[in-house]
Design a protein around this ligand. Structure first.
Ligand SMILES: [Mn+2]
Length: 314
């Protein structure tokens, strides 16, 4: 029998969360469920471990639904878009202490949760949640449709990555039928960048190095850059997109210096090379075509490791 999320909906309050510093997919799926529970008059609290601020290019989502009054304990928790409990950040403890932990995800094999509704082949967590809503005859109103579409747009790179299947388009079409506003969402996410952020992007372009033998493009952003250009670090998720533009590359990497001096890496692949495998050397993860990791090593060391791994794969 197929798992139903409704079977795990108790009288509340229910906690809804996802990975630390949530993206459009984690936010979109969490808010969509919250909106459904609200419609059923079931109390739920949505929050994430947000170390910086929520990105302004996703502020078409109902940010006001984030709760600032969490309970100490929840019987039931829904976790979205989070393959590993350590990625819950400060909410790991409260999640793992709950009686029922329902994980809805499209990551490969989440390592926790009492109930898992997952499909690693789905393009987004909102796709998994959409199917679930449909299977369970849950009505998707306009607001929910906007949330679900946001995850679908961001995780497919606006319907361009290889995970963009015909089902993705069918779902998008249905969400538009339910009132989702594709052009408004796309404009907010991709159609506008603050001037400061755009000039920072030009700096990142300047720093791109192309290793032609390995078809590998990489660049780096430092903490000082954020200060120099007065850009918030959470507003720079799009920077990897300009690195992956390099036509001669199949793998792209953006190294991002963190406040504590460590580094994060964003990896993208448009070929056969599985960047999830590369990210896993550093204990990171994600998907075949898009992954991330953290490391305390130097950028030089990180680059050397990755180049070694690419060399093995080609
Ligand atoms: Mn996702």
């Amino acid at each position: 029998m197929k798992t139903k999320l409704i079977d795990y909906v108790d009288n509340g309050p229910i906690f809804i969360t996802g990975h630390v510093n949530p993206d459009g997919d984690a936010l979109g799926s969490a808010f969509a469920l919250k909106l459904f529970l609200d419609s059923q008059s079931i109390i739920s609290d949505v929050d994430f471990d947000i170390t910086t601020k929520l990105p302004s290019n996703l502020n078409h989502l109902p940010y006001h639904l984030i709760s600032d009054d969490l309970k100490e304990k929840y019987n039931t928790v829904f976790v979205f878009d989070c393959g590993n409990s350590s990625r819950l950040g400060k909410y790991e403890e409260v999640v793992l202490a709950a009686e029922n932990v329902v994980v809805i995800d499209h990551h490969v094999d989440p390592s926790f949760g009492d109930v898992q509704i997952i499909d690693p082949h789905a393009a987004s967590t909102t796709q998994v949640l959409f199917r679930q809503f449909k299977d369970e005859n849950i009505e998707i109103n306009e607001e929910m449709a906007n949330c679900l579409l946001t995850g679908l747009i961001t995780d497919t790179g606006r319907f361009q990555y290889s995970n963009t299947t015909s089902e993705v388009f069918s779902i998008a079409a249905e969400l538009l039928g339910n009132g989702a506003n594709l052009s408004k969402i796309s404009e907010n996410i991709y159609g506008s960048i603050e001037f400061n952020a755009l000039t920072l992007q030009s700096k990142i372009i300047e720093r791109i190095v192309l290793n032609e033998d390995l078809q590998f493009a990489h660049s780096i952003v430092f903490q000082n850059d954020y200060k120099d250009y007065q850009v918030e670090p959470e507003e720079t998720d799009f920077l990897i997109d300009v690195v992956r533009l390099v036509k001669e590359s199949t793998v792209a990497l953006l190294i991002k210096e963190q406040e504590d001096g460590s580094f994060k890496g964003s990896l993208r692949s448009r070929g056969d090379i599985d960047v999830q495998k590369i990210a896993s050397i550093f204990g990171g993860g994600g998907h075949v075509a898009a992954s991330g990791f953290s490391s305390n090593q130097s950028p030089e060391f990180i680059l050397e490791k990755i180049e070694h791994e690419i060399r093995k794969s080609i």
